[in-house]
Design a protein around this ligand. Structure first.
Ligand SMILES: Cc1ncc(C[n+]2csc(CCOP(=O)(O)OP(=O)(O)O)c2C)c(N)n1
Ligand SMILES: [Mg+2]
Length: 652
């Protein structure tokens, strides 16, 4: 590194070291090791404007190795982002500081995504890169021409999600994607040789990536690798051999610098070693102004870009507009006119056809199984390596990466991603679903085959605890529609849910229609609502969701024969129901002494509605392999069994 750049890099190092030291917690090693690489990236290559962190055509910088968060905060502060002040940095890891332990996404701040769970950032970055390609195709390369840089460590690359995401990125030839691999060969337990013998060159090349290996402390090598990545026809990984904790006499190259403060005495020694004469948190004006100059360059670049953009803005806005309202309305009317028994996965396909026809921002996809989860319609065009005009991604059998990529697609700009798999495999998606919820992103998870109703595939494929588990994720809406009309309403809700992701839980098996009248209001939006009552005076409330609403109706009618009158409540969403007024909830839940719930899954999440005295009909064991009607019978989910149990409960 030349002297000037070394000083710039050291500013990143010492802000990180001091912040971790003051917080008495955090990860100094990675920022110290990667400071040289990111200094060259930000100074000579990254297109960004700190004055407008939301600039559409900015390069995206993703810190997949989220534990090194101080690296990102230092860069944002030094280059002049308003979102990060020196005061924020001094409050690193303190309550309400934007400089949180791991980067937490916040719009318009320069923190592009939430990272920390290792490997997630790589999949987000693949999503960003796909979004760029698709958007470029839609509105032109004079307006959209940016790159995505992702910094990943040994840990990110050990995670399975990295394999899935990088393999797809290679397949799609995402040459707008560059990974900076912090190849320091150290993780928490010590040298990575304890657990890894991968040949990285072979690994990345086999994915179809361009592999460049450099010394991560050598300015020229860093510069030329980044320069080379600009003209690559494939995604590029720059494997940067670095020293974790660079500059620390006693801790560099050692796991001890990974995740704890260096200690006061060691910090003094690093200052001496790197000839940094400035006090704690002190960045002298001449150094800060050099960094600010780097940041200020972006304003000019954006200004120039804006001229093109303004000329086309009207056209672009039109291109990115959706007419979901029209699709929903037409489909609702269709559903009422063509009353027939239908699986909700099929109903979902029908509404998707209408939505896709009227949308430019909906990007569908599936982790294989497209024909089973009905996510692909005749209006879809496949996104391919040489053609990004499409709106459907074949993610392959890569559920986890699919979900992480969808987060990237949603974060990028205006895209609304949805992706399908079986509900059972939501377990393979969970870490990314959790992050969509945390980041308040409109990502739609289409999860079919949502119960023992899938039948013969047996217990490995029959979701039991998944609904309860998903319903326990904060800020996630789990919607389980009971027929075609409810499916349309649930899609409507998912699309309108601008600040929360949605899981659509859909059946494989056919369901009889329940709502046979066209309703202007979206009844599913209440989370739970009354379907019918068998008498004015009722004794029992039957709560049910999805495929079991039909069973609830049959049960209610059968009970009426014994003069046990009841009301049936469809509960498409626990979360939306919880948001209703006390009066509304009271009316639904507390009208009768007796309450039951029916859902062919774990009963865990129903107990709060049903209470001690009622009965939760469900399944608290693994499923069974058999034709589905036999499996329902085996678990007592038949009207005969339920009626008998209710009679006993009431007569006791
Ligand atoms: C999915 C996941 N598993 C485990 C962790 C805990 N963790 C944080 S950093 C780390 C080691 C990462 O090693 P590396 O990427 O090489 O980082 P370095 O030590 O080089 O900074 C681990 C296991 C995590 N954050 N995410
Ligand atoms: Mg490492």
């Amino acid at each position: 590194m030349n002297k000037e750049n070394k000083i710039l890099a050291n500013a990143v190092r010492f802000l990180s070291i001091d912040a971790v030291q003051r917080a008495n917690s955090g990860h100094p090693g990675m920022p110290m090791g990667m400071a040289d690489v990111v200094t060259i990236l930000f100074k000579y290559f990254l297109k960004f404007n700190p004055k407008n962190p939301s600039w559409l055509n900015r390069d995206r910088f993703v810190l997949s190795a989220g534990h090194g968060s101080m690296l990102l905060y230092s860069l944002l502060y030094l280059t002049g982002y308003k979102s990060i002040s020196l005061k924020n940095i001094k409050n690193f890891r303190k309550l309400s500081s934007i400089c949180a332990g791991h980067p937490e996404y916040e719009k318009n701040t320069g923190i592009e995504t939430t990272t920390g769970p290792l490997g997630q950032g790589i999949s987000n970055a693949v999503g960003f890169a796909i979004a760029e390609k698709v958007l470029k195709k839609k509105i032109g390369k004079d307006i959209i021409n940016h790159k995505t840089f992702v910094l990943a460590g040994d840990g990110c690359l050990m995670e399975g999600i990295s394999h899935e995401a990088m393999s797809l990125a290679g397949h799609l030839k995402l040459n707008n994607l560059v990974m900076l691999f912090d190849n320091n060969s150290i993780s928490i337990d010590g040298p990575t040789s304890l657990a890894v013998s991968d040949n990285f060159k072979k690994r990345f090349e086999s994915y179809g990536w361009n592999y460049i290996s450099i010394d991560g402390h050598n300015e020229k090598e860093i510069f030329y690798a980044l320069k080379k990545s600009k003209i690559s026809k494939k995604p590029t990984v720059i494997s940067c051999k670095t020293k974790i904790g660079y500059g620390s006499p006693n801790k560099s190259g050692k796991a001890s610098s990974h995740g704890s403060p260096l200690g006061k005495d060691e910090v003094k020694l690093v200052r001496k070693e790197l000839k940094w004469k400035h006090k704690e948190f002190e960045i002298p004006n001449n150094i800060l102004s050099q960094w600010r100059k780097i940041g200020n360059k972006g304003a000019k670049v954006e200004k120039k870009w804006n001229k093109f953009y303004k000329r086309k803005k009207y056209k672009i806005d039109k291109i990115l507009k959706n007419n979901f309202k029209k699709s929903i309305k037409t489909e609702k009317i269709n559903a009422i006119h063509e009353i027939k028994s239908l699986a909700t996965r099929k109903s979902s396909e029908l509404i998707l056809s209408a939505l896709t026809k009227n949308s430019n921002t909906l990007i569908g996809g599936s982790a294989d199984l497209a024909g089973s989860n009905n996510t692909k319609t005749r209006y879809h065009k496949i996104i391919r390596s040489n053609d990004f005009e499409g709106n459907y991604i074949h993610y392959g059998v890569r559920e986890h990466a699919m979900c992480g990529i969808m987060n990237g697609l949603a974060l990028h700009s205006k895209f609304i991603p949805y992706g399908g798999t079986f509900l059972i495999f939501s377990d393979y998606c969970k870490p990314s679903i959790r992050l969509s919820a945390m980041m308040k992103q409109r990502v739609i998870y289409v999860m079919s085959h949502d119960s023992i109703g899938l039948g013969e595939d047996g217990p490995t494929h029959q979701p039991i605890e998944q609904l309860s588990s998903l319903r326990s994720i904060p800020n996630l809406n789990v919607l389980r529609p009971a027929d075609r009309t409810e499916t349309i309403e649930c899609w409507d809700l998912a699309l309108k849910s601008a600040n929360a992701p949605t899981v659509l839980s859909l059946t494989r098996q056919n369901l009889n229609p329940i709502r046979k009248k066209y309703s202007k209001i979206n009844r599913c939006s209440f989370g739970a609502y009354e379907i019918l009552r068998t008498n004015k005076k009722i004794k029992l409330t039957i709560l049910a969701s999805g495929s079991e609403v039909n069973l609830a109706i049959e049960t209610s009618h059968k009970l009426a024969k014994y003069k046990i009158y009841s009301k049936v409540i469809s509960v498409p969403s626990h979360e939306l129901f919880e948001l209703q007024s006390k009066t509304y909830k009271n009316k639904i839940l507390n009208e009768t002494k007796y309450k039951i719930s029916i859902e062919s899954a774990s009963t865990d999440c129903w107990k709060k509605f049903v209470g001690e005295k009622g009965i939760c009909f469900g399944i608290d064991a693994f499923g069974k392999s058999a034709p589905y009607k036999d499996v329902f019978k085996y678990f007592g989910l038949t009207k005969e069994n339920i009626v008998n149990k209710i009679k006993k409960m009431i007569n006791n």
